[in-house]
Design a protein around this ligand. Structure first.
Ligand code: PGA
Length: 258
């Protein structure tokens, strides 16, 4: 049985004071929701303050990126050693990192390996852009990203990983994928690729989120799909009532649709 996972990706938003206010606003209600893993991913500067605020809760903390090196002359970078004092999760390979910061498939793979070596659970992001989608290249592209991200990992490392399928054309656009469309890519392409690299039981153990314009009005459409076990939420995770509603609906739906 896979526990669904709802993660809030705050991106480049929230000062420490703002982050503190947002967490205080949703902490109690969010913590009371059972049967779903709840993860907040604030910017690096707010990790420590948020960690303290959620210490006595079941809410988990994630970073939005990290470097693969433990330490050294890498100005501006954050290492797995630094994160593991604070976080349980780390988002790796978000399309905005790939698009604006030159992140490559090879870098994603190095980061995934480093996270796992340090006991951080990666949330690995994959997804095609609009041109690729319209040119019918989605399957090949997403499958290639999954293969590259998981290269040289052991079966044990892959079992239970979290992958987020985020079509780039759906991120921040208010135009989400359809539930059935996302489920097809997640089930056939992402699980299919993992099954061919490892085996069917490992593919089935994965938790795969959908991300891209998720909000309280459309979360049900995704969570009722058999292959979708959570969501990576951007904009709507910055509004306490919306993030709580999304998480609550995910818990209610996956309680009946496994
Ligand atoms: P969005 O972002 O929910 O604002 O579309 C999702 C993401 O990029 O993780």
């Amino acid at each position: 049985m896979r526990t669904p996972i709802i993660a809030g990706n705050w991106k480049l938003n929230k000062t420490i004071a703002e982050a503190t206010a947002l967490v205080r606003e949703m902490r109690r209600e969010l913590n009371e929701i059972e049967g779903v893993e709840k993860v907040l991913c604030p910017p690096f500067t707010a990790l420590s303050a948020v960690a303290e605020l959620i210490q006595a809760t079941k809410i988990k903390l994630g970073a939005q990126d990290m470097h693969w090196e433990e330490k050294g002359a890498y100005t501006g970078a954050i290492s797995p050693l630094m994160l593991k004092e604070l976080c349980q999760y780390v988002i790796i390979g978000h399309s905005e990192r790939r698009q604006y910061f030159g992140e490559t498939d090879e870098g994603v793979n190095r980061k995934v390996k480093a996270a796992l070596q340090h006991g951080l659970a990666p949330i690995i992001c994959v997804g095609e852009n609009l041109q690729q989608n319209e040119a019918g290249q989605t399957k090949a592209w997403v499958s290639g990203q999954v293969r590259a991200a998981l290269r040289d990992l052991t079966a044990e490392q892959v079992r239970g990983l979290v992958i987020a399928y985020e079509p780039i054309w759906a991120i921040g656009t208010g135009k989400p994928a359809t539930g059935a469309g996302a489920n097809a890519i997640i089930g056939l392409v992402i699980r299919g690729t993992v099954a061919s690299m490892f085996n069917e039981s490992i593919a089935q153990a994965l938790r795969i989120q959908y991300g891209g314009s998720v909000n309280p009005d459309n979360i049900a459409e995704f969570m009722t799909q058999p292959d979708i076990h959570g969501a990576l939420v951007g904009g709507a995770s910055l509004v306490a009532a919306k993030f709580v509603s999304i998480t609550r609906q995910a818990a209610e739906i996956k309680g009946t649709h496994r």
